[in-house]
Design a protein around this ligand. Structure first.
Ligand code: NAP
Length: 287
């Protein structure tokens, strides 16, 4: 298959590498010539250029730009494409994208690979990044069934676990497990930095080990992406943040009133339930 990728950063380059390994032809588009050269040299793309017209003969195009650039990129692509071309995206938010993109291009299928790391750009690409990870497809009533099936088939070949959800369901769910953790983790780092005693702050930095490394990882990642999640999934994120604040207030209350059994019960429940979040992606599920 001839596959196009726009935005050869972490996600686009990782997709390109995997697709090429499977024998597909990959044509990349970046705004930077240096990125195109790297993409060809590293075997991420067969050909890469700054010209969207180079995607004219591709069958499926993955838009892997930042969220705010996805719909504008489709607008720029349209004059160059055959109407049979399928467009999909990798954006971490779907409600802000899918309706408008489908209006613009009936062969559009919303997608979100649930894989990544805290780096960005082509240098951060990872081979086999998507294997054994969830990949959410977000069809709406207007989504062309053939386009959905072709994207699903291609994504499945990355050894992903495909899940189907509406854009609204997707955005509410990722607010809990992706966007809320970024804001909580960022607030954790920020709270530490506001320690008034410089000696304590200095010790905290020196003593920090695996626990802080785990809990601060997502809050110390790509700032542009975190900001775009807040901007483009604002309502769902606020819904989760308000509920999180309520739960935090309950924990504070339990500690202030020395309800140690309540704290232990909470931690015991969490210890038992956490694997449901970490291991529940073994089967394909319809949401
Ligand atoms: P990234 O590493 O920053 O790559 C995005 C690429 O898009 C950049 O390398 C840049 O390449 C290009 N770009 C930047 N601004 C653009 C613009 N205004 N117009 C056109 N192209 C532009 O980001 P990423 O982590 O791969 O994320 C890409 C998409 O995947 C985002 O929509 C994100 O929400 C989603 N996603 C990310 C993750 C993750 O963990 N990182 C996981 C799942 C989904 P050039 O400057 O070379 O053009």
């Amino acid at each position: 298959m001839k596959i196009g990728i726009v935005g050869i950063g972490l996600i686009g380059a990782s997709l390109g590498w995997d697709f090429r390994q499977m024998g597909h032809q990959v044509i990349g588009v970046s705004r930077q010539l240096a990125t195109c050269e790297t993409a060809e040299r590293e075997g991420i793309c067969d050909r890469a250029s700054c010209d969207l017209a180079s995607l004219r003969a591709t069958e499926i195009i993955f838009i892997c730009t930042p969220i705010a650039a996805i719909v504008p990129t489709i607008e720029l692509l349209i004059p160059h494409l055959d109407p049979a071309t399928i467009i999909t995206d990798a954006g971490s938010v779907k409600g802000a994208i899918v309706d408008r993109a489908t209006e613009l291009w009936p062969n559009f299928v919303g997608g979100h690979p649930m894989a990544g790391n805290s780096e960005s750009g082509i240098a951060a690409f990872e081979k086999g990044l998507f294997a054994d990870r969830p990949y959410v497809l977000t069809p709406i009533l207007q989504t062309a069934p053939v386009a959905l099936e072709r994207v699903a088939e291609l994504v499945r070949s990355l050894n992903c676990m495909i899940h189907y959800a509406t854009p609204v369901q997707h955005d509410l769910a990722v607010a809990w497990i992706s966007h809320l953790p970024i804001m909580v983790s960022a607030s954790l780092i920020d709270a530490c930095l506001h320690e008034a005693d410089p000696t304590i702050l200095d010790f905290a930095k020196k003593f920090a080990s695996t626990g802080f490394k785990d809990t601060s990882r997502v809050g110390g990642g790509n700032p542009e992406m975190g900001m775009m999640m807040a901007e483009h999934n604002r309502d769902a994120l606020l819904r989760s943040l308000y509920q999180y604040r309520d739960r935090l207030d309950m924990v504070i209350d339990s500690i202030e009133t020395k309800q140690w059994t309540e704290i232990k019960d909470l931690l015991s429940t969490n210890q038992a339930i956490r694997p449901d979040f970490i291991n529940c992606s073994a089967l394909e599920q319809d949401a």
